[in-house]
Design a protein around this ligand. Structure first.
Ligand SMILES: Cc1ncc(COP(=O)(O)O)c(C=O)c1O
Length: 190
């Protein structure tokens, strides 16, 4: 910390939820799965751990992007690979948000959003949920430098249909596998 710059020192860090070390419980809020990986997955991973690990990887992750895009019926250009969604979110904040306007996110949501906003010097404002803890898309139709919401929202778990959120810019689908309406088709803008 002694070597951190003054800006970094002023930021209140994101504190992840407790990750018990005894490994006895399945934590659905970290997307843990009650079922182990299929033997086919384990076999494929073991096969990939070979002497090629000494080589630098393809920086465009072409094979992985092609495989994912085939599965989700997208074009490979619509797929971005990162080290978990936090890294993809960090790049997205840097790339899509305009520092001249305040960015918007719900007042109960993933607590990393304000930390990234502060880290990247983006002014921000949080928009209240309604009394049923729902996001009201119309509340975001203000002048803004970008909007980010998780769908379904975390930790409320309440989702919105993609029709209602087409006007909202950045959708974080970290918990989509538990259910909801994916906005992935919106990435095909051509
Ligand atoms: C809404 C939301 N998005 C993203 C993440 C981060 O996911 P990852 O572990 O893939 O970086 C979390 C983790 O808690 C989350 O709650």
């Amino acid at each position: 910390m002694r070597y951190w710059n003054t800006h970094l020192r002023s930021i209140r860090p994101y504190i992840p939820g407790e990750q018990p070390l005894d490994r006895k419980f399945i934590k659905l809020n970290t997307n843990e799965n009650p079922f182990p990986p299929s033997p086919k997955v384990r076999k494929a991973m073991k096969k990939a751990v070979n002497s090629n690990l000494r080589l630098y990887p393809d920086p465009t992750c072409r094979v992985l992007r092609e495989t994912i895009s085939k599965h989700f019926q997208l074009n490979p250009e619509n797929v971005f690979i990162g080290n978990g969604s936090d890294e993809v979110l960090a790049f997205s904040f840097l790339c899509f948000f305009e520092p001249t306007e305040q960015i918007l996110f719900p007042d109960i949501t993933y607590s990393f959003y304000p930390v990234y906003a502060e880290l990247y010097n983006l002014p921000y404002s949080s928009v209240p949920l309604n009394s049923s803890f729902e996001i009201i898309p119309e509340d975001y139709l203000l002048r803004n430098g970008g909007v980010v919401i998780p769908n379904p929202n975390a930790p409320t778990s309440i989702g919105l249909p993609s029709k209602e959120i087409e006007k909202i810019v950045l959708i974080d689908e970290a918990y989509f596998d538990f259910g909801g309406d994916s906005c992935v088709p919106l990435t095909d803008w051509r």
